[in-house]
Design a protein around this ligand. Structure first.
Ligand code: GH3
Ligand code: MG
Ligand code: MG
Length: 490
């Protein structure tokens, strides 16, 4: 008998797993540990065995079990134990089983995969402790722990105040999560634009998860995505709990994390509001392996839901801003030429007048109109007319300074609001426009010309008055034979 590892040979056990080989392995690995070890392929068979003869310990090995299919039956088995020892062996990639089963009754758990020797040592330790459900496996949280948990939860909730910006929100959330008892580092991963992004991380100085995990700057390409809980949870939507790093089968990663003082890593998926995969994951690195109570597991799940809410709020803010920008563009822009429209032009002129007054700077307005444009429409058709309008707009835009504002103020009438510009300079600018447009080649159409009126803002003059004077100058240019410039009277 294996007295050396503390086993008590008077203990009886029922082991449950659907796979024959695993049942055989467990029986072989625990050889001599129990007075009586019986195995069952499922909840039904285990119930029958326990009805015939009770067992001191029920071991539920969840490897190859399916939460969606098997939870109700296995949960009923936990409930029927009514507090008698239950040990759950849970694969690190499927930790969602733990809160789900804990809802049925008290249990102790160990994270797999476990080698035969580890399982043996674990069982021996539990036997020495008399298989009490609350120790040493799952401790009842102390008042201090609960207070800390409360502080973390409210800090995470307060982070929502920053949820109009996803990165700022993620930073605040990680700072809050780093306050979780035992956590040395907290990170938030989010799916965005076809890749997984590390939005924020907080904790150990010098620990950069991107540098540790990413391949060619991309996280989804990471060769460690099957092993690192943060990536795994974000990719699969599974709650991932790696209580000792060697269990993931990546010794180099385990060793690197160990140098940063991380010995246990948890990945909690952030659920998407609708169907489809998760939005991302919260990732917590702990300084030591520590068992979770049902309250702590529930809190982790709650915080991930809260994170989903915060990230969705940030997304809505982003969408709203884009929508507002689009509406503003539509309301202020002429669709044909992409220039400022008449209404927007009027308000821009008012702004420039105020500025010119405040800084005592000259301001000029150039008004121009395409000559005999109705003939172009009549001769070549409306689509060619539209092309002429776009070509004139593009030609003028290319000639102007970035500080000049070009406006489509009417059908085939345009304005240039030229800040810091006197009448003399505006006349030069008008001549450049006239000459350039006269030269431009327009496919399927004759050359076009424009007539221009130019005015400089007078002392104390209003925008309306300036526009009236410019229109009068333009009318004189038309009367003077077109394709020419007239300066407005002051
Ligand atoms: P003038 O030299 O005196 O300016 O003669 P005009 O023919 O250019 O002047 P008028 O004001 O008589 O004609 C302007 C024409 O511009 C009439 C209208 O059909 C045309 N027009 C206005 N907006 C558009 C547009 O968006 N596309 C096209 N193709 N034509 C337009
Ligand atoms: Mg015209
Ligand atoms: Mg006109």
């Amino acid at each position: 008998m294996h007295q050396e590892d503390g086993a008590r040979e008077d203990f009886t056990c029922v082991f449950v797993n659907p796979v024959g080989q695993r049942r055989a392995d467990f029986q072989h690995g625990c050889d001599g540990m129990f007075a009586n070890l019986r195995v069952a392929a499922g909840a039904e068979q285990a119930r029958a065995l326990l009805a015939r003869e009770p067992a001191d310990l029920l071991v539920l090995d969840l490897e190859r079990c399916d939460l969606a299919i098997d939870l109700a039956a296995l949960g009923a088995l936990v409930a029927e134990r009514a507090g008698a020892p239950v040990l759950v062996l849970c694969p690190f990639t499927n930790a969602r089983w733990l809160p789900a089963l804990m809802a049925f009754g008290p249990l102790d758990y160990a994270i797999g995969p476990l080698r035969a020797q580890q399982t043996r040592a674990l069982l021996a330790a539990r036997m020495r402790a008399g298989f009490s459900v609350s120790a040493p496996g799952v401790p009842t949280p102390s008042e201090t722990e609960l207070r800390t948990l409360l502080a973390v939860r409210s800090a995470c909730q307060q982070a929502l105040a920053d949820a109009d910006d996803s990165v700022r929100y993620a930073e605040r959330l990680c700072a809050a999560l780093a306050g979780w008892p035992g956590v040395v580092h907290a990170a938030l991963f989010q799916h965005r634009d076809g890749d997984l992004h590390l939005e924020a991380e907080q904790g150990v100085e010098g620990l950069h998860l991107m540098a540790l995990l990413a391949h060619d700057g991309r996280l989804l390409q990471s060769p460690l995505r099957h092993a690192f809980p943060g990536l795994l949870a974000a990719a699969t939507g599974e709650f991932t709990l790696l209580d000792t790093l060697d269990k993931a089968g990546e010794p180099a990663l385990a060793a690197r994390l160990d140098t940063f003082g991380a010995r246990m890593v948890v990945g909690v998926p952030i659920p998407a509001p609708g169907p489809g995969g998760p939005m991302g994951a919260l990732c917590l690195l702990f300084g030591h392996a520590q068992p979770f109570s049902p309250a702590q597991l529930q809190a982790l799940d709650d915080l991930a839901r809260l994170a989903a809410h915060g990230l969705r709020m940030a997304e809505i803010t982003r969408e709203n801003e884009a929508l507002l920008a689009r509406i503003t563009h539509l309301a202020t822009t002429d669709a044909l030429t992409d220039l400022a429209n008449r209404r927007h032009g009027e308000s821009l002129l008012e702004q420039e007048i105020k500025r010119a007054r405040r800084y005592r700077l000259p301001l000029a307005l150039i008004l121009f109109d395409i000559d005999r444009f109705s003939q172009i429409n009549d001769t070549f058709g409306h689509p060619v007319g539209d092309l002429v309008l776009r070509t004139v707009a593009d030609t003028a835009r290319a000639l102007l300074r970035s500080s000049d504002v070009l406006v489509r103020s009417g059908g085939e009438e345009f304005q240039v609001i030229a800040s810091h510009t006197s009448a003399i300079d505006a006349l030069k600018m008008a001549e450049k426009l006239r000459a350039a447009i006269e030269q431009v080649e327009i496919p399927g159409c004759d050359h076009v010309t424009i007539s221009l009126g130019v005015a400089q803002l007078g002392e104390g003059e209003s925008g309306d008055s300036m526009a009236v004077r410019t229109h009068a100058a333009l009318a004189r240019a038309k009367r003077a034979g077109r394709n020419c410039i007239e300066l407005a009277m002051s």
